[in-house]
Design a protein around this ligand. Structure first.
Ligand code: PMP
Length: 362
């Protein structure tokens, strides 16, 4: 007798219903061990199997080449803002940051405390309503890396193509669109993401790193902050967030059952287009924040014609069972986050709600 809602939260966000039910069914007694996965040693064979299965599933779904390490870390994507420059920004080198929103701002700010960084491009002057084009991005061949935020959770923009950076490693924060579409991992030196949008519960951070970068990483930093510490211990250097990793493995299993990333990407496009179509055909009643070519399929940001109506829209949406439609506190407006686990039916319901609201207010 559960309350039924349409969950459009930006993160933590919707998880597949089937995964939650499976986790519930094996919560108290995991695989006849007489205890839950949370209660057993992270050195036990039972846990290790869960841990390795999650890594294998990630490798297989995302087609991660052999020369990349897959790590499970903690501290969220925010810790990666610091760990990336600590490990990869060598003395005497510079790193460049492609600025496409609030999270790239944070990444740059953190990196500034570690070493020399600069902006490779920025769309701040247009309130981040689009991502920089490849032609706008400038960096130097000698840079330690180029950093990019693949999907801008707050502004609702997304890179649909990635710049070629040649021999300079491209490092991507994919927190809000990882595994939402197939990606050529070999174009990146490193990919990282907090799990709490597309992958599972908060508390786990995924890092995918090309092995040769690990060999040349900075060494004079604390062991816990070194990627090589975690890669040489299969992400079991210290106690990992074992329940989160178990959940992540189950979410990845669900994605495999859905038919993999091609299928998931197609469905994500259908879902987002249900909402974008309403915006585009509303004669200005709804306006999207993002330029069309930069629109995110994960976070759909929009405004309602006037502020009073917008308040009414959000209030009525809440009463109708839509959760998480308020825009981020820093930009306002409305945002629907339609991550992998948000069902098509939820987007259809939102489409209908938006159409009905517009019709009523005409
Ligand atoms: N990067 C992006 C693109 C995000 O959306 C977020 C969180 N919303 C973060 C980084 C920060 O992640 P965390 O809270 O896991 O540190």
């Amino acid at each position: 007798n559960q309350k039924s809602v349409y969950n459009f939260n930006a993160g933590p966000s919707a998880l597949p219903r089937e995964v939650l039910e499976k986790a519930q069914s094996e919560l108290v007694d995991f695989k006849e061990s007489g205890m839950s996965i949370m209660e057993m040693s992270h050195r036990s064979a039972t846990y290790e199997q869960v841990h390795n299965q999650a890594i294998e599933r990630l490798r297989s779904l995302f087609a991660i080449p052999e020369n990349y390490e897959v790590l499970f870390l903690q501290g969220g994507a925010s810790l990666q803002f610091a760990m990336v420059p600590m490990n990869f920004l060598a003395e005497g080198k510079k790193a460049s940051y492609i600025m496409s929103g609030a999270w790239s701002d944070k990444a740059l700010k953190e990196a500034k405390t570690i070493g020399e960084v600069y902006e490779a491009a920025s769309t701040k002057d247009v309130n981040y309503n689009r991502v920089p084009s490849s032609e706008e991005i400038t960096f130097e061949e000698t840079d330690a890396y180029v950093h990019i935020t693949s999907n801008n959770t707050i502004f609702g923009t997304q890179f649909h193509d990635f710049p070629s950076t040649g021999n300079v490693p491209l490092i991507a924060d994919m927190s809000s669109d990882i595994l939402s579409r197939p990606i050529d991992v070999s174009k990146f030196g490193m990919i990282y993401a907090g799990a709490q949008k597309n992958l599972g519960p908060s508390g786990v951070t995924v890092a995918i790193i090309r092995k040769d970068l690990l060999d040349h990483a900075n060494s004079g930093i604390p062991a816990i902050l070194k990627y090589s510490t975690h890669s040489s211990s299969n992400s079991l250097y210290n106690t990992p967030p074992s329940f989160g990793i178990y959940m992540l493995g189950e979410v990845l299993g669900w994605m495999q059952q859905q038919g993999g990333l091609e299928k998931i990407a197609k469905r994500n496009e259908e879902k987002a287009n249900l909402i974008y179509d309403v915006i585009d055909n509303s004669n200005g009643f709804y306006t999207g924040h993002a330029e069309k070519g930069s629109r995110s399929l994960m976070n759909i940001t929009f405004r309602v014609a006037d502020e009073e109506l917008e308040k009414q829209f959000l209030q009525e949406a809440k009463e109708a069972g839509f959760v998480g439609l308020n825009g981020h506190r820093s930009v306002g407006g409305c945002r629907a986050s339609a991550y992998n686990a948000v069902p098509v039916e939820a987007c259809q319901a939102l489409q209908k709600f938006m159409l009905d609201f517009q019709e009523k207010c005409k």
